[in-house]
Design a protein around this ligand. Structure first.
Ligand code: CTP
Ligand code: CA
Length: 225
């Protein structure tokens, strides 16, 4: 059921949310990033605040307004996002909706890299970023009581989501199909499947605000008071 007006099931709880992309610098004028508007994560932070929680929203560079009533921490890179998450802990609930860049340039050039016009491959070596969700999900002490990850996939949605649930130490994976043509990326609607150890729960296509409030309601019903 959706929250009745005035109901504050997360009063006294600290909810940590990551949202948006990260930007990984190549040189002073270029970066690598994932596509992410930040809308779903921002809506989740707003819904958690509305449910009475104290909310810390750690977000990458986005072009949408901050939700009211949350503590926002803006970062650029995956490494800065992990540091901000660790600084914000402890939390009762952590929801990792950020589209973190999986790789970053191994070195950031201090000056603009010049192309030489020869048509050769770019002079870039990439290295893996820390996995923020897995780092926190597998923590043995100081782990938030309920850890939520997202899985944006273009194929084999449920298989990938189940694998991520285990690999990342999450209690819940919110999976969504972001195939080109799904209209999800950058849009205002989302169609998600909630994957836990108990199975999969497919929700209809809903506005991102509606997904957010139902998700907060769903989590509130599963955490111990
Ligand atoms: N995530 C994270 N830190 C990363 C990569 C991902 O915290 N460096 C989180 C995302 O915020 C999301 C979940 O992990 O909640 C799944 O992200 P996704 O990109 O779907 O998974 P990956 O493990 O990176 O696998 P792949 O991109 O190869 O599908
Ligand atoms: Ca990824």
């Amino acid at each position: 059921a959706l929250l009745a007006p005035g109901e504050r099931p997360l009063a006294g709880k600290h909810v940590l949310v990551t949202a948006g992309p990260t930007h990984e610098p190549i040189d002073p004028v270029r970066y690598i990033a994932n596509r992410s508007s930040g809308r779903q994560g921002f809506a989740i932070a707003a819904a958690a605040a509305k449910a009475g929680a104290r909310v810390t929203l750690v977000h990458g560079p986005v072009a949408i307004p901050l939700p009211a009533g949350v503590t926002a921490v803006g970062v650029e890179t995956a490494r800065a996002m992990l540091a901000a998450v660790e600084a914000a802990l402890p939390a009762d609930i952590a929801i990792f909706s950020a589209a973190v860049a999986d790789w970053r340039p191994a070195t950031e050039a201090s000056g603009k890299i010049k192309k030489d016009g020869s048509g050769q491959v770019a002079p870039l070596t990439m290295t893996e970023n820390p996995d923020i969700l897995a780092t926190i999900g597998h923590r043995t002490s100081g782990r938030p009581g309920f850890v939520v990850g997202f899985a944006a996939e273009t194929d084999a949605l449920l298989d990938h989501a189940r694998a991520k649930l285990a690999r990342k130490g999450a209690d819940l994976i919110v999976a969504n199909d972001v195939s080109p043509g799904s209209g999800i990326m950058g849009g205002t609607e989302n169609e998600v499947v909630l994957v836990t150890d108990d199975g999969a729960d497919r929700w209809p296509r809903l506005g991102k605000d509606e997904v957010a409030s139902r998700l907060i309601d769903w989590i509130a019903g599963r955490i111990t008071p």
